[in-house]
Design a protein around this ligand. Structure first.
Ligand code: NAP
Ligand code: GDD
Length: 328
């Protein structure tokens, strides 16, 4: 039985990837950092089938210890400080976790068992101020946030360990991918949560930042399939994973409000508070290499993604409201 170790298993992608690996018959192990309140919500349904190990990307010793205990065939490094605005307020912490964390894990792998296959969660944020359209594996990077800069380091350290030590290290350059499990502070989920609250009479307005930004949004469930496929190839390579379609935040807003029969203009308030010191205006990816070599393509379209997320938030918040009324 193959053993996989997933860092960031409590996050959006970690939860989908763990489910996929279980379905493929893996023994799934997850690295979890200590928190004062439980944060296992996304993996609640599979808790009895995964093994969790305490550890932190900030603590190299804990990584070596977990590798020694699990002896994984594959390591998926999904853990990161992944929220762009937080990287502006905490640039050094972001660099420590998101950049040096990848190096700590690679170094532990090199010392313990260089035969382990390694996946690094790289990001379209690395393209930042874009040099060409669409962005592909060969497009030069120009990151626009401390997060993007940290991810560039993570990408190159994975490539460097492949080239220097022959590690089977792959970097997946994933464009934005969303789901009902997306963190509430990211724009898509903030919108669908806000729409559901307004529809249910729990809120009147939704405060957002730059509505003109454009992103290539896919579904997280589709993207973890690509991640797994990268580690099943004969050769370690880097891949762009994207839908090839870009939409503005405004379009996402329009579609989400329209889905519940509301006019977004009556509810959305634009606030400077949510603008960033430097913005990534436009991203759209070319996943031709993944289509060709991984035989991968996205299944969920933009409109379906918006509807899926609004419906999930309506069900969640509607259920809570009924529960509150029942208790009152
Ligand atoms: P996410 O929901 O924010 O999950 C991040 C995970 O990292 C959480 O499990 C978090 O644990 C863990 N983590 C944070 N700091 C850690 C530390 N010091 N030690 C150990 N674990 C730590 O992110 P996601 O959306 O699933 O994304 C997964 C990865 O892909 C991230 O590296 C992200 O930067 C990258 N990525 C995401 C996208 C996207 O659109 N979603 C696109 C490109 C790349 P807690 O639960 O304890 O916070
Ligand atoms: N979060 C947020 N909140 N973003 C807003 C808001 C708001 O109220 N209003 C407008 N936006 C705009 C942001 O300025 C940005 O241009 C866009 O919406 C998307 O923001 P996020 O959803 O926070 O995602 P991101 O693109 O910055 O980063 C995500 O995708 C990257 C891949 O390109 C994260 O998941 C990163 O971890 C990931 O690497």
């Amino acid at each position: 039985m193959k053993r996989a170790l997933v860092t960031g298993i409590t996050g959006q992608d970690g939860s989908y990837l763990a489910e996929l690996l279980l379905a493929k018959g893996y023994a799934v192990h997850g690295l979890v950092r200590r928190t004062s309140t439980p944060n296992l919500e996304r993996i609640q349904g599979i808790l009895s089938r995964v093994t969790l190990h305490p550890g932190d990307l900030l603590d190299g010793g804990s990584l070596a210890a977990v590798l020694g205990k699990v002896r994984p065939h594959e390591v998926y490094n999904l853990a990161a400080q992944s929220f762009v605005p937080a990287s502006f307020s905490q640039p050094l912490f972001t660099g420590d976790v998101t950049a040096l964390g990848a190096a700590r894990l690679l170094e532990a792998i090199r010392q313990r068992d260089p035969g382990i296959r390694f996946y690094q969660a790289s990001s379209s944020e690395m393209f930042g101020k874009i040099r060409e359209t669409p962005q592909r594996e060969t497009t030069p990077f120009h990151p626009r946030s401390p997060y993007g800069v940290a991810k560039v380091y993570g990408h190159w350290i994975a490539v460097n360990y492949r080239e220097s030590y022959g590690l089977f290290a792959c970097s997946g350059i994933l464009f934005n991918h969303e789901s009902p499990r997306r963190g509430l502070e990211f724009v898509t989920r903030k919108i669908t949560d806000g729409v559901a609250r307004i529809r249910l009479g729990l809120a009147r307005t939704l405060e957002l930042g730059n509505l003109d930004a454009q992103r290539d949004w896919g579904f997280a469930g589709d993207y973890v399939e690509a991640i797994w496929r990268m580690l099943q190839q004969k050769e370690p390579r880097d891949f762009v994973i994207a839908t090839g379609q870009s939409h503005s935040v405004r379009e996402f807003v329009e579609k989400a409000f329209a889905h519940v029969g509301l006019d977004w203009r009556k509810h959305v308030v634009v606030s400077k508070r949510f603008f960033r010191p430097a913005e990534v205006d436009y991203l759209v990816g070319d996943a031709a290499k993944a289509r060709r070599l991984l035989k991968w393509k996205p299944r969920v379209e933009f409109e379906d993604l918006v509807r899926m997320m609004v419906d999930a938030d309506l069900a969640r918040l509607g259920g809570k409201r009924i529960e509150r009324a029942r208790r009152a």
